[in-house]
Design a protein around this ligand. Structure first.
Ligand SMILES: [Zn+2]
Length: 305
């Protein structure tokens, strides 16, 4: 299988940047941003090549869902199989694109169920030069939170990039359905700023400096969003804590109500840090992720030791 993609070959020889959108089929700002980039990037002014994948997981997009009908999460399926299930074939094709690229940007959102603070992340890979390039890409992208996490997570586009030694970042912005034009604009700007940092395009006008919150956390499961605050019961969830607030243990994050008896089950924080993800789709099953708190390992050490 071949992934639908748009290749923009610049007039001047230079690096090859791959930008992925639609790895999850219910994340719309990335898809819109890639279309806008296709309209914006002028091959006559471009040094190098940009490959744009508007919707990596087309079956999931058609299903209006994170995954396609085989229910495999593409972001857990890399490097995939040439003759596997549909999602495995997509992962295999995307993996080939990653291996051909010099840099990767993978754009995401919280999807229909979750809302995520704008952030850019990368793996804390062992190769020092690659790690440094990833830090530069993350800083250039220009979102308020920069999050370096474990390089031991598997199945991601970023683990495929790690194995091919291709510097890679991913980004998150909002979610909850729909397509927020602010998120689209932030993604277009972020990708162009990374291109400018690599001299693929001319320098952009300086933007207002955002307040940066930089965390590098090398614990094993850091960066694995879906395992945090699993719902203990099924029901109707109402989040109470707002995104980006600072949370301490015991703070109430929200409540799951039994939809028939209205009996509430409070969900309380066990960590100290910044609330960066919360569930916005009210219907929950047991085990659904309700929240993610970004702990600062340096600060946690100061309290624990
Ligand atoms: Zn995603």
């Amino acid at each position: 299988m071949n992934l639908q993609r748009i290749e923009i070959a610049g007039a001047i020889h230079g690096p090859h940047l791959l930008i992925l959108a639609g790895v999850h089929g219910d994340e719309y700002e990335p898809i819109a941003a890639v279309r806008r980039l296709a309209e914006t990037i002028d091959s006559r002014q471009l040094r190098g090549t940009v490959t744009l994948v508007p919707i990596a997981n087309h079956p999931a997009f058609v299903s209006r869902s994170r995954t396609g009908s085989d229910r495999l999460d593409l972001a857990r399926t890399f490097p995939g199989f040439r003759h596997g299930k549909p999602t495995e074939q997509i992962a295999f094709a995307a993996n080939e694109l990653i291996e051909e690229a010099d840099f990767l940007i993978d754009l995401h959102t919280g999807g229909l169920a979750m809302e995520i603070s704008p952030l850019v992340g990368y793996m804390l890979v062992s190769d020092a030069a690659t790690l440094e390039t990833q830090r530069q890409m993350a800083a250039a992208f220009g979102l308020p939170i920069i999050w370096g996490t474990s390089a031991r997570l598997e199945g991601r586009s970023l683990s495929a990039a790690r194995d091919a030694n291709v510097p890679a970042i991913y980004a998150e912005w909002g979610g909850g359905g729909g397509c927020n034009p602010d998120g689209v604009a932030a993604y277009v700007q972020g990708c162009l700023q990374v291109m400018a940092a690599f001299k693929m395009i001319a320098d952009l006008p300086a933007t207002i400096d955002v307040d940066r919150y930089v965390i590098e956390d090398d614990r094993d499961a850091s960066g694995h969003l879906q395992i945090n605050y699993p719902a203990p019961v099924a029901g109707y969830y109402e989040a109470s804590a707002a995104l980006d607030t600072m949370i301490v243990p015991g703070d109430e994050l929200g409540r799951i109500y039994d939809p028939q008896t209205l009996h509430p089950t409070p969900i309380c924080a066990t960590q100290r840090g910044r609330l960066i993800t919360r569930r916005v789709l009210p219907a929950v099953d047991v085990g659904d992720c309700l929240a993610v708190i970004l702990e600062d390992p340096a600060e946690r050490g100061a309290f624990d030791e």
